[in-house]
Design a protein around this ligand. Structure first.
Ligand code: SAH
Ligand code: SF4
Ligand code: F3S
Length: 471
């Protein structure tokens, strides 16, 4: 008999990929995806711990299930992913009706655990070792790399896929929980990645996004000689049928010339480079232990622009980090103004217990001031994004069509034309009129309008009909 699985995913692309894999493994157990938790046989939350807010949201969602669990005691409720690794027993304490707590390094156990819980009704906790709980190799081994199954139906689209090339992080930025919850940095063997990408392409995938917390620190040490990230990209570039290669997230210090040359010369490589700066103040960067100065970031940025003039560089910033003064913030504003990032993700600092910053430094910028800095920086960035999108008006761009835009998703299936959305090679979102058959194609689109986040265009048809094609 089919069973119903409801899964909610928050956090980064790593989590989206993990959910895809968890769903694939549970489908093999006879589960079908459900749109709502009502009446589901299993309810899973794939969680994130990077900011307090992300954790609060999960506890609220769990709170709402308390009542449902009283009525349907057989429903298996699971908290999986980064918050599971971070909070462990605390989750059972705060929500005693949770059955499963499973860290990101233990996701391969989920089918068995769900079976066990459904049978025994005993809560189960499966997490990896804490970073200080064993030797490096013991801790590494406790984080199982989990990429054995692919389920095209869980992917954002059938022709796009995330491919994990490394797990964990060793950078230990003082504010960040990721190295604690995702474990030591470990690169997957290049041969295994290539095999997976070939398989995805055979299934119809045209674009892969390679994932790693510091994706450009990739190094396959199991091979002799070691395989560097630029060499991995070159190998994937050879695969017939693959059209686009993207990757996130880059660590500024590891933006090597050989990588930039690969991006500049390999035509399938996206020119979208997400290289988070985090702050424009040397004092803050040092306190964050980012490992570079603003001068070094600027130098890296100019190397990108020299080699890849059309590069679309994006960044992350944290505002209101411990001790951040007005002067520090002003320096961040200057960096944003001069760099003209395609866009920036801006976050208010959130102290994470277990990190160096939370242990050693006071979270002393008031919430209202964090909000003010966040809004100010966002307004500056948005104005830049809007200005820099204007020159696209009148230009032709190549768009990989992802599907109906949000606005047209409710439209009836039989409508002839509908609003579609897709992305350019440099990750700009383009909205245009088209037909369902065009989904999954790469089309030339001429842009007629632009705002900070979106280009609006019309598909270029090769033949101009009796009516003049208007742009
Ligand atoms: N590995 C990536 C991103 C990790 S998390 C990188 O190194 O860039 C994504 C973003 O969340 C980070 O770039 C940072 O800007 C933000 N972030 C991480 N920890 C945070 C915290 N404690 N408070 C606020 N923002 C945080
Ligand atoms: Fe966190 Fe820094 Fe690692 Fe990124 S590089 S995941 S910000 S510790
Ligand atoms: Fe969050 Fe875990 Fe990603 S903490 S940002 S889901 S690696």
């Amino acid at each position: 008999m089919t069973k119903r699985l409801y899964i909610e995913t928050v956090g980064c692309q790593m989590n989206m990929l993990d959910s895809e894999l968890v769903v694939a493994s549970l489908r093999k157990e006879g589960y079908e995806l459900a749109d709502s938790p009502t009446g589901a046989d299993a309810i899973l939350f794939n969680t994130c711990s990077v900011r307090q807010h992300a954790e609060d949201k999960i506890y609220s969602a769990l709170g709402r299930l308390k009542h449902a669990k009283n009525h349907h005691p057989d429903t298996v409720i699971g908290v999986i992913g980064c918050m599971a690794q971070n909070h462990q027993q605390t989750i059972f304490r705060r929500a005693p009706y949770v059955d499963l707590v499973v860290g990101p390094g233990q996701l391969h156990q989920i089918p068995q655990l769900v079976r066990d819980v459904a049978r025994d009704r005993q809560p189960r906790l499966e997490v990896s070792l804490a970073r200080s709980a064993g030797s490096r190799s013991e801790v590494e081994d406790s984080f199982e790399s989990y990429d054995p199954l692919r389920d095209p139906t869980m992917r954002p689209t059938p022709f796009q896929a995330f491919v994990r090339i490394m797990i964990g992080c060793d950078k230990f930025c003082t504010y960040c929980i990721v190295p604690m919850v995702r474990g030591p940095e470990q690169s997957r063997p290049a041969g295994e990645i290539e095999h997976e990408v070939r398989h995805l392409v055979e299934e119809g995938c045209r674009e892969v996004t390679l994932l790693g917390q510091t994706v450009n620190s990739y190094r396959d040490r199991s091979a002799t000689p070691h395989v560097r990230f630029s060499e991995l990209i070159a190998r994937l570039h050879e695969i017939d049928g693959l059209d686009r290669i993207k990757f996130v997230t880059n660590y500024p210090k590891d933006m090597s010339d050989d990588l930039l040359d690969a991006v500049a010369t390999l035509p399938k490589c996206s020119h979208y480079l997400h290289v988070p700066a985090q702050s424009g103040s040397d004092r803050m960067l040092k306190a964050m232990k980012r490992g570079y100065t603003v001068g070094e970031y600027r130098e890296m940025y100019s190397r990108i622009k020299e080699r890849i003039p059309q590069a679309a560089v994006t960044s992350d910033f944290i505002v209101g980090f411990c001790g951040e003064s007005d002067a520090d913030f002003t320096q961040t504003v200057e960096l944003v103004r001069e760099s003209r990032f395609k866009n920036s993700f801006i976050f208010k600092y959130s102290a994470r217990p277990g990190t160096k910053a939370a242990e050693n430094a006071a979270d002393d910028v008031p919430e209202a001031e964090k909000r003010r800095r966040n809004n100010e920086l966002l307004a500056i960035q948005n104005a830049i994004s809007e200005e820099d999108n204007q020159p696209f008006i009148g230009r032709e761009v190549e768009v990989l069509v992802e599907g109906p835009s949000k606005a047209s998703q409710k439209q009836a299936d039989d409508s002839h034309t509908l609003q579609l959305t897709g992305r350019t090679m440099c990750d700009r979102i383009v909205v245009f009129e088209g037909t369902r058959r065009q989904v999954g194609e790469i089309l030339p689109v001429v842009v007629y309008d632009a705002n900070a986040f979106t280009l609006f265009g019309s598909v270029v048809t090769s033949h101009v009909g009796p009516e003049v094609y208007s742009l």
